[in-house]
Design a protein around this ligand. Structure first.
Ligand SMILES: O=C(O)CCC(=O)C(=O)O
Length: 296
């Protein structure tokens, strides 16, 4: 390449020459005259006319999505305080020592009567994406399907119930066990607010096996028309041997879920201790007035 061509290329001279800006009519002073040395924008950017850009304040203030709060330290965490009271999470990491938790996990995995429950949504049946079993003198109904009463508590579950009751300072007569087989198993957004759990129930949840994220989102006020975009959110990673106690208004004011994950996860067992009250007479099972029934 000759020295002349090389210089032309470096200076960008292969490009088409830019169009000249239109001359202003006689007597018209351009609003924003540009210094001669600055190239005007090409015609394709707006007809070759200089535009004056003005800042307009948006009609509505921009709403911030609150950052998700991470809870991973042992202790009491008040996540909200509203007309229905304080919503409190009590987290006890290492409630069970690792070795103890290891053998309990394998025993419960192989010895509990796990099965897949069929639920109903808008008249349609669907299989829950996890396995479950139920222990309690009374049946438990959610998502329009009932788990039959089962008083045959596994001896290990009775031991664990005693330990959990000691930590909570209250007794439990029932237990819902969940088995998440892998990362695809989950439980959708819901509150444990079935009428049979009574008002402001305390739910104690013991985790064994692989860590999964327990997420909470606050129920939006009525003026949001069910839009959860701007609600406060909390995430609590629940690891092997961790006890989480949900208290106060947590079921009234918040929903929770364990979402599917996109990375491999080993199996996880979750034991949720509860107290069940007989349904009031005339109450149709699964038709709790307050209920946001489990979605999956
Ligand atoms: O697996 C968990 O940690 C949550 C289980 C749960 O939300 C439930 O049983 O209602």
């Amino acid at each position: 390449m000759s020295d002349k061509r090389q210089r032309a290329r470096v200076q960008g001279s292969w490009a088409k020459p830019l169009p000249k800006p239109p001359k202003p009519a006689a007597g018209v002073v351009p609003r924003n005259p540009q210094p001669q040395s600055v190239n005007p924008p090409p015609a394709s950017w707006g007809g070759g006319l200089q535009r004056a850009f003005e800042f307009h304040q948006p009609a509505k203030p921009i709403r911030e999505i609150p950052p998700e709060k991470l809870i991973e330290q042992t202790g009491d965490h008040d996540i909200s305080c509203g007309p229905s009271g304080v919503s409190r999470l009590r987290l006890i990491c290492g409630f069970l020592a690792t070795e103890e938790a290891d053998w309990m996990f394998s025993k419960l995995l192989s010895e509990l009567p796990w099965s897949q429950k069929t639920n109903y949504r808008q008249g349609e049946a669907y299989e829950e994406p996890r396995l479950t079993c139920w222990f309690g003198e009374l049946p438990y109904t959610y998502s329009r399907s009932t788990m039959a009463a089962n008083s045959q508590w596994h001896p290990l579950l009775l031991t664990l119930r005693g330990a959990v009751e000691g930590a909570c300072g209250q007794s439990f007569d029932s237990l819902l066990c969940n088995l998440y087989r892998d990362c695809k198993d989950s439980i959708g957004w819901h509150s444990d607010d079935e009428a049979s759990l009574g008002p402001a129930p305390t739910i104690a949840s013991l985790s064994l096996g692989d860590t999964r994220v327990f997420s909470l989102r606050k129920k939006p006020p009525p003026e949001e028309n069910g839009d959860y975009t701007y609600v406060p959110r909390v995430r609590v990673p629940l690891s092997h041997g961790t006890l989480l106690i949900m208290e106060g208004a947590t079921q009234d004011d918040w929903q929770h879920q364990v979402a599917k994950e996109y990375h491999d996860r080993g199996p996880r067992i979750n034991l949720t201790f509860r107290t069940i009250y007989p349904e009031p007479r005339g109450h149709r099972p699964g038709s709790s007035l307050r209920s946001t029934a489990k979605q999956s």
